[in-house]
Write a protein that binds this ligand. Structure first.
Ligand code: F6R
Length: 364
């Protein structure tokens, strides 16, 4: 049932404020001041490393979480795509927790990576949408994301719910490891509780995204740029666009631009720049100006404060609500998803069942 939407993908994008708030409520204690993990929880003080493994969109959720675990909890983190991790024979040292992220819980490479770590890692953790899945069953602790059934092949609400649960885990780790005191934790949790409402307000960008998408549907290549936590989001935006609109899209860390991809810049390849007005904003904007100086057309995703600081030469600007930088990846998933969705609709592709793709990849 598409609940009045044209596609499951659009319904699932719209559901995000609701399902994210369900995920938050599942993990918060009644007073809203702490995070209660199911079962015996996780003793983050006894761990010295986190290894996160996944495929596709779930991998980009892990990439984002690396910034949270490192910055908030001071924990060394490595992230890897499952198909590489499983055959590389990576050493799994004492004090390592291995964490697998999977919507379906059945992805063959992710499951094989989990089995490789079993007996080697101190803990096998998973973040899953299907609690009865193989990956959940073979973990010491499976953390549900509460996204509800996701029908569209392109993952949307599962991604933002994965991010929400991973952020809660990073906050728990930071608190347990003494990097975040009670007040700071309470403050971030209260901001997180406000996120579903902010995301709901952000739905107002849909009309301007639709306009931009009309133009995007006519191009052959798109580049996505981001820095810090916007770098994994750039990847997610590029993946969504490729999957459902069949437009070639690539993501780069903004700082890598001049190490190669700037050679591609011309007026035919729009460049999507993800740049909330955070500590790295000026750096990203200077990369954006390098693109503009070479005739590149910019689609800037930023907030009002960011938009006020840049020149009017930007081709298209999409204004997002202001948000604490820690929460920005969850919010900026929305324009990435909507750009892909409306571009695909404008092209007339099969949004919910893109060619050559399956919802669950149970063979390698
Ligand atoms: C992208 C997408 C895929 C999946 C990947 C992992 O929109 O849906 O990249 O994210 O196949 O699937 P799960 O999360 O089921 O392990």
């Amino acid at each position: 049932d598409k609940a009045g939407h044209k596609h499951f993908m659009s319904k699932e994008i719209a559901e995000q404020p609701t399902v994210i708030s369900e995920a938050i409520n599942f993990y918060l204690t009644n007073d809203g001041k702490d995070i209660a993990l199911p079962g015996e929880g996780i003793d983050f003080k006894s761990l010295n490393r986190l290894t996160m493994v996944a495929c596709g969109t779930a991998y980009y959720a892990c990439m984002t979480a690396k910034y949270w675990f490192e910055q908030l909890a001071g924990m060394p983190v490595e992230v890897d795509i499952a198909s590489e991790f499983r055959y590389r024979q990576p050493p799994v040292t004492d004090g390592t927790a291995a964490l697998f992220v999977s919507q379906s819980g059945e992805t063959a490479d992710t499951l094989a990576a989990l089995r490789y770590c079993a007996g080697k890692a101190d803990q096998i953790l998973s973040v899953v949408n299907v609690p009865e899945s193989s990956i959940a069953r073979e973990s010491n602790l499976a953390l549900p994301i509460h996204a509800g059934a996701e029908i569209g092949v392109a993952s949307t609400k599962a991604f933002t719910c994965q991010l929400t649960v991973l952020l809660l885990l990073a906050l728990k780790a930071a608190h347990m490891r003494g990097k975040l005191d009670d007040d700071a934790l309470t403050d971030l949790l209260s901001k997180l509780r406000g996120l579903p409402a902010t995301l709901n307000n952000a739905m107002a960008i849909e009309e301007s995204v639709q306009g931009v998408s009309q133009s995007l549907s006519k191009v052959k290549d798109v580049l996505f740029l981001g820095r810090g936590m916007m770098y994994p989001l750039a990847h997610e935006g590029a993946l969504k666009l490729k999957e459902i609109s069949y437009i070639h899209a690539e993501a780069y860390a903004s700082g890598e631009l001049k190490h190669g991809p700037i050679a591609l810049i011309d007026e035919k390849m729009p460049v999507v720049v993800l740049a909330p007005r955070d500590a790295l904003f000026d750096k990203t904007i200077s990369n954006m100006q390098e693109v503009m100086a070479r005739g590149g057309k910019i689609i800037l995703l930023t907030d009002q404060a960011g938009a006020d600081e840049v020149s009017e030469d930007v081709w298209q600007t999409i204004i997002m609500p202001e948000i604490d930088p820690v929460l920005s990846p969850i919010l900026y998933a929305l324009p990435a998803q909507l750009l892909a969705y409306h571009t695909a609709v404008a092209k007339g592709t099969d949004v919910d069942q893109p060619r050559n793709l399956a919802k669950s990849v149970t063979v390698e």
